[in-house]
Design a protein around this ligand. Structure first.
Ligand code: LFR
Length: 498
């Protein structure tokens, strides 16, 4: 199959008269869970329903970590069929879009067959390359100037460099590198394309345009022909060809990166004075910007100039996030499973006294430990602090530490952008965690508006509805749909200067 082969022959959308409802399915895959959300736009309101949710996890084989791609595809298929089955008789799913976490990818040959297993980004195979680039400041600065992405241990760049170095034959076998959302789009409709937002997480895209960086590809030894010119989101790729029951459904390339989708869902103020936090397994903290931040100071601050689905910039920095809590929970047999149990635990944690010593959340020991609780305890002991006595104590410690981490990033962005951020818009699983939201507001000294929506799924649906011509742009979508979004506001309790 050739790149963009079907481009001129994309069949029209399943025709929907303007008086009809539009049904779209957002497939949103995260590192710890995935979901399929059905969105129905009737011309006045967008109703979204979760039709399928499933766990996702890294699978270890030997000394390496992988994703179960076939298992994920099975869940995507199941979710889409459930979405279609839930529609009133005679109504059809107009479109589907897929977003996932960043950086991970498949390598396929001309026939579309996998030529290498998909490693999970936490696999430690990238550590050597990552450390080497970090220690060579001239090379690091050159790659940063070229791509706008600093050395982060999981970048696609380090992964591909390691693949090519450890298995040189892969170079001959591979025809295309597709990021995970690109691959699911390909499985659905047979169209090969690299979408721009997910491509921007690789550290291989040129920061000065929507093209691949020759400098970075050469540095990491990655063949340029593995990639095609990135396409913008809200592009129709074709109809579903692999699931006969859904052959009328179109596949839309949405912003493939979940964080890019979440950004599009945020109702930012016109003066651009909002800091964004997408709070989940990771805490992604950043803002929108017409231009990238590529100074040495930005590199040192770890600013990743990732892209929106239309190629603009969303400079952000990545903190460890609720991975700390997800990992710690595994050490406790009595852990919350329902919403109510979570609320009880968070309330108990809120009542505890503030920890005397917070965690250094940048500690590399937290990246992929065999026991997160032990890794936390070890850091505390090193600082001569006694570990918490129970789960509530860990919840308190983690939320306060993340709150402080968020506030430190606010300071960096204030310095680098010269803007005065007036509020923080927080979306994702963390928006349900009142303790985390309050800790962030207290440490940052500005209000946190916690949006009670599935941000990535909402942005994903928005991109499909733009492709279906129900909206002109994300600005139009936000204005008509997202006002007012259900939210909770947390005011800072002890104003601090920042
Ligand atoms: C969040 C996320 C982050 C990315 C990390 C690894 O799901 O996409 O944005 O940095 O996963 O890919």
């Amino acid at each position: 199959m050739k790149w963009q082969k079907n481009q001129d022959s994309v069949p029209p959308f399943y025709l929907v008269k303007s008086s009809e409802k539009l049904h779209c399915a957002a497939v949103d895959l995260g590192a710890t869970s995935g979901r399929v959300i059905l969105g129905t736009w009737d011309g006045t309101a967008l109703i979204s329903t979760e039709v399928h949710r499933f766990p996702n996890t890294i699978r270890t084989l030997g000394n390496h970590d992988y994703w179960d791609i076939a298992g994920l595809w099975h869940e995507v298929r199941t979710g889409l069929l459930k979405a279609a089955a839930s529609l009133p008789a005679g109504e059809t799913l107009a479109s589907v879009g897929v977003d996932t976490w960043g950086v991970d990818h498949v390598l396929i040959n001309e026939a579309g067959r996998l030529v290498y297993p998909t490693h999970a980004y936490r696999d430690n195979r990238t550590q050597a390359g990552f450390k080497a680039l970090k220690s060579k400041s001239t090379d690091h600065a050159r790659i940063y100037r070229a791509t706008g992405i600093p050395a982060v241990f999981y970048n696609t760049s380090f992964q591909l460099a390691e693949t090519v170095a450890s298995s040189p034959e892969v170079k001959k076998l591979t025809a295309h590198c597709l990021f995970l959302p690109d691959y699911f789009n390909y499985l659905l409709c047979g169209r090969l394309a690299n979408e721009v937002s997910i491509s921007s997480t690789s550290q291989l895209l040129d920061v000065n345009g929507a093209k691949w960086s020759a400098t970075a590809l050469k540095h990491f030894g990655v063949p340029a022909h593995w990639f095609s010119t990135p396409i913008n989101a809200s592009t129709r790729l074709g109809r579903i060809s692999s699931i006969p029951e859904l052959k009328k459904t179109s596949v839309v390339a949405v912003p493939g990166h979940d964080t890019a989708c979440a950004y599009e869902a945020l109702p930012s103020s016109a003066d651009d004075n909002d800091l964004f936090i997408s709070s989940g397994t990771w805490s992604l903290v950043g803002c929108k910007s017409p231009t990238p931040f590529v100074s040495t100071a930005a590199m040192k601050a770890g600013i990743c100039n990732e892209r929106t689905g239309d190629g603009r910039f969303r400079p952000l920095t990545n903190l460890i996030g609720l991975w700390l809590l997800e990992g710690t929970l595994k050490a406790f047999t009595e852990r919350p499973t329902t919403n109510r149990q979570w609320q009880i635990l968070i309330r108990a944690a809120s009542k505890l006294p503030a920890p005397r010593q917070l965690l250094d959340i940048d500690d590399p020991a937290f990246a992929n430990p065999s026991s997160m609780k032990k890794a936390i305890d070890a850091q505390l002991r090193k600082n001569r602090t006694r570990p918490p006595q129970d789960l509530a104590g860990y919840v308190r410690l983690i939320c306060d530490s993340l709150g402080q981490g968020h506030a430190q990033v606010l300071k960096k962005f204030t310095r680098l952008s010269g803007r005065t951020f007036k509020r923080i818009l927080l979306v994702g699983g963390g928006a349900k965690n009142r303790l985390l939201c309050q800790a962030t507001a207290d440490a940052a000294g500005i209000p946190v508006v916690a949006l009670q929506v599935e941000g990535s799924a909402l942005g994903n649906l928005g991109s499909q509805l733009i492709a279906l011509k129900a909206f002109k742009s994300f600005a139009d979508f936000r204005e008509k749909i997202i006002h007012p979004l259900p939210s909770l506001t947390f005011k800072p309790r002890s104003p601090r200067s920042h």
